[in-house]
Design a protein around this ligand. Structure first.
Ligand code: SDX
Length: 427
């Protein structure tokens, strides 16, 4: 708590408001005293609202900085791996060798789902959107763990976090297999987390598993780059759902639903659809013009961000990874990658984008790598949800293990003042 004060003069009164300082980043003005003085704050979209205190992730949007537990995302992407980053998000420190081995083994021993889960899939049409299926089956997990849903019990919270991190790849792969009419593949405990996911996605019972290590490494990096991102829309959804005391599986299902939107995690799927629609570099100017046209709802998908007013550091890492993976696969002349790079170059030179500080975000290049790995566009946001699970559950756990109140925003009411009911024969 800083000893700074803010004062607000209104209607001849001066209200003294507390100011709190964090480790780094902007100070925050505590406005709870406003209600007792007859005022609410008004901040649609929470552009200037800090909804909570957190130690998990820090973003400096102006500098394009992203830290998990203080570690820059570029260093984690280069030197760490996804499960180690999951540990960092959950426990606030990088694990030593023994801690890492224990954590990896715990996750490994929870990758299977109850066999009853497979009947849930049969209720969906084969052409159901994979995110619709994931909302359902992840929420359904809460029907299987009545023995460990006491959110006040630290051990229950920890086993729920492990189960979610362990089972998301299994459920995601089952979702994909169901939509293509192939049998579900069981997890293989001798494989790494990302190898196991690709095995469950692309393996089949008729042949031995054969996962390309280059693709597994790229997959792991994609999961890592999506692991957490402060109080984004889906994480805020998880926190708000969790503040009512709902069980963690239901809260993560709510986060999946929020992520699905094209303005959020659904953007990676929308980027690929956009690049395919552009089709050729000669049409880029036409689409950039559409993106700038106020009367046209079209936006350049994968560009812009509420917080980053500089390059999204994840996009920089993703762009390098796209070059590496496609070169390894002999796809360096991939037409979509060429269009994406040309589109980025044109947009970054255009005054409209420069003025609004619109840069590529995490979703701009991720789809190109996912496509090279062989993942269909409809599964892109499922991959984002899988990667984001440790962030969601870490924020949920941070809130539930601390002091919190049910989230209940207020409003600026502009509807009719009180009036008497008018009987039907008098209307
Ligand atoms: C993610 O919050 C997070 O951290 C999210 C995320 C995470 O890891 O959890 O980083 C993941 O969701 C990344 C964002 C993915 N979404 C997209 O790529 C969709 C395209 N981008 C936009 O829809 C938009 O940029 C948002 C939603 C990302 C941000 O919206 P804001 O902050 O509300 O900004 P805005 O809509 O007020 O835009 C400001 C201006 C507007 O123009 P003016 O009215 O000032 O003239 O910029 C324009 C917008 O029209 N603008 C764009 C644009 N994005 C913003 N114009 C064209 N193309 C775009 N992509």
């Amino acid at each position: 708590m800083s000893d700074k004060k803010a004062s607000l003069s209104i209607d001849g009164k001066t209200l003294d408001l507390k100011v709190h300082s964090g480790t780094i980043g902007p100070d925050v003005i505590e406005v709870s005293a406003l209600t007792g003085n007859g005022y609410f704050t008004y901040d649609p979209g929470f552009v200037s609202t800090a909804a909570c205190e957190s130690k998990i992730t820090y973003i400096d949007g102006d500098k394009g900085v992203l830290l998990h537990g203080g570690y820059p995302i570029e260093q984690l992407a280069e030197q760490s791996d996804y499960l180690e980053t999951c540990y960092l998000l959950l426990y606030g420190a990088l694990p030593n060798a023994a801690q890492k081995e224990t954590f990896v083994n715990k996750v490994r021993m929870h990758t299977m789902v109850n066999d009853q889960m497979s009947t849930f899939f049969k209720g969906f049409r084969r052409d159901a959107h994979p995110m619709a299926i994931m909302c359902g089956v992840v929420g359904a997990l809460s029907a299987f763990y009545h023995d460990s849903l006491d959110i006040t019990d630290e051990k229950h919270r920890e086993i729920s976090a492990i189960r979610l991190i362990a089972k998301m790849p299994t459920l995601a792969a089952m979702t994909y297999k169901y939509t293509i009419g192939q049998p579900f593949m069981y997890p293989q405990n001798h494989l790494s987390y990302s190898e196991n996911f690709l095995h469950m996605m692309f393996g089949n019972p008729c042949e031995p598993s054969n996962v390309n290590p280059v693709l597994a490494k790229a997959m792991d990096k994609i999961f890592l780059l999506h692991a957490d991102h402060e109080q984004n829309a889906s994480t805020s959804t998880v926190r708000l759902a969790g503040s009512t005391g709902a069980n963690p599986f239901a809260c993560i299902s709510a986060g999946i639903a929020a992520l699905w939107g094209p303005s959020h995690g659904g953007a990676n799927e929308a980027v690929l659809d956009m690049l395919n629609e552009i089709g050729d570099a000669s049409r880029i100017d036409e689409f950039v013009a559409k993106a700038k046209d106020k009367d046209d709802p079209f936006r350049l998908m994968g560009f812009g961000h509420r917080v980053y007013k500089n390059f999204d550091p994840r996009a920089k890492v993703m762009k390098l990874a796209a070059d590496e993976v496609l070169a390894e696969l002999g796809l360096e002349n991939d037409p979509l990658l060429k269009i994406a790079k040309r589109l980025e170059q044109i947009a970054l030179e255009d005054e409209y984008f420069i003025e609004r500080k619109l840069y590529p975000n995490v979703d701009f290049y991720s789809g190109i790598i996912l496509k090279a790995i062989g993942i269909p566009t409809s599964m892109f946001t499922v991959i984002f949800a899988l990667g984001r699970t440790p962030g969601w559950i870490a924020h949920w756990n941070e809130m539930i293990s601390g002091s919190y109140r049910i989230g209940r925003p207020r409003q600026l009411y502009t509807g009719p003042a009180q009036r008497d009911f008018v009987p039907l024969d008098k209307r």
